[in-house]
Design a protein around this ligand. Structure first.
Ligand SMILES: *Cc1c(COP(=O)(O)O)cnc(C)c1O
Length: 325
């Protein structure tokens, strides 16, 4: 951990130990180091670029990879504070809430979720049905009410509040453990590419990266504000004495905006899965992989590079892109 302040470095080590003391967590397999696999992909190898994939999507049968890392310290601290319940919020296909619904009970915590969209109900789609069946208390609110919730205090109705997307201090600290840098170094990786939403996962990755590593976040949201917001996040120096400059944001591959998927993207994902055996999602990882392909084609990722692609999961959301809903 090259950038993280010493007190946070110690906190992370301590939290990891404590997680290892929870039998349910150990039994879940979530503490295992995620695998790194080579990607056999003609489009990259023809250009002399090696690609390896960090399989966070395979970390657990249900809990989506990067979301676990943002949640784990939040849940540990809620449990240690004696809370019975955690509460969070998200949209109708939130990967974050999906992961939380499974992860909360591992800590003996009940889960409540505030869903954006007063028109929805517990049977509106496959995710909401999952949450309902897992015993998550669902509350459906209008867009304006939702915005108020986001600003509320750390406790609501006796439940510890975890912000949308798990994006808080504990989320970033958790994300510093997401990329197994030692293994990555053994593979000779020269740069990392991953999808970006709130930027919490990339922030953790940047703060924990070894010197010389370059990281690219491919924004799933439209607008140059994403890059400005991330820059501000890296400059605030809460977690680090320095402002890491080992990152860049690709804001050209949002595909029209958050959760928008055109035919080009959907057909790319389809053909990519046929050619490589790797499934991607249209909200995050599909766009990130398209960005990787473009960056190889333009030479932004030069021949001789070895790129680590972080497969951050999100496959549960694919159910929202089939016409069965
Ligand atoms: C949430 C999510 C991301 C974005 O993570 P942030 O920490 O919000 O930037 C990326 N990929 C997938 C699959 C996700 O579900």
């Amino acid at each position: 951990m090259s950038y993280l302040l010493p007190q946070y470095r110690s906190a992370v080590i301590e939290y990891e130990h404590q997680l290892g003391d929870v039998p349910e967590i150990v039994a879940s397999g979530l503490l295992q180091t995620p695998r790194i696999e080579p990607l056999e992909w003609e489009a990259a190898s023809a250009a002399g670029v090696r690609v390896s994939v960090l399989r966070l999507d395979r970390l657990h049968h249900t809990i989506s990879g990067n979301k676990w890392f943002k949640l784990k310290f939040n849940l540990l601290l809620a449990k240690q504070a004696g809370h019975q319940c955690v509460m969070s919020m998200g949209g109708a296909w939130s990967n974050h809430l999906h992961a939380l619904a499974w992860a909360g009970p591992l800590f003996g915590l009940k889960v409540k979720a505030v869903i954006r969209g007063e028109e929805l109900h517990s049977q509106s789609n496959a995710l909401l049905r999952d949450l309902h069946e897992l015993g998550v208390g669902l509350e459906f609110v209008s867009r304006s009410r939702y915005r108020q919730y986001r600003m509320q205090s750390p406790l609501v109705d006796g439940c510890a509040v975890i912000p949308e997307g798990g994006d808080n201090l504990e989320g970033v600290l958790g994300a510093t453990t997401m990329i197994p840098w030692k293994t990555v170094a053994e593979h000779g990786v020269s740069q990392v590419l991953m999808a970006l939403g709130t930027g919490c996962s990339l922030a953790g990755a940047c703060l924990s990266a070894p010197l010389g590593m370059r990281l690219t976040g491919v924004s799933a949201l439209k607008g140059q504000w994403v890059s400005a917001a991330f820059s501000e996040r890296m400059q605030n120096r809460v977690l680090s004495q320095f402002s890491p400059t080992n990152w860049q944001i690709d804001d050209l591959h949002h595909g029209g905006g958050f959760a928008r998927a055109d035919d080009c993207l959907l057909s790319f994902i389809h053909h990519f899965a046929d050619n490589t055996g790797l499934n991607l999602d249209p909200v995050y990882t599909g766009k990130a992989m398209m960005a990787l392909l473009d960056r190889v084609a333009t030479g932004d990722i030069p021949a001789g590079s070895h790129v680590l692609f972080v497969h951050s999961g999100g496959l549960q959301g694919n159910r929202g892109f089939t016409n069965s809903e």
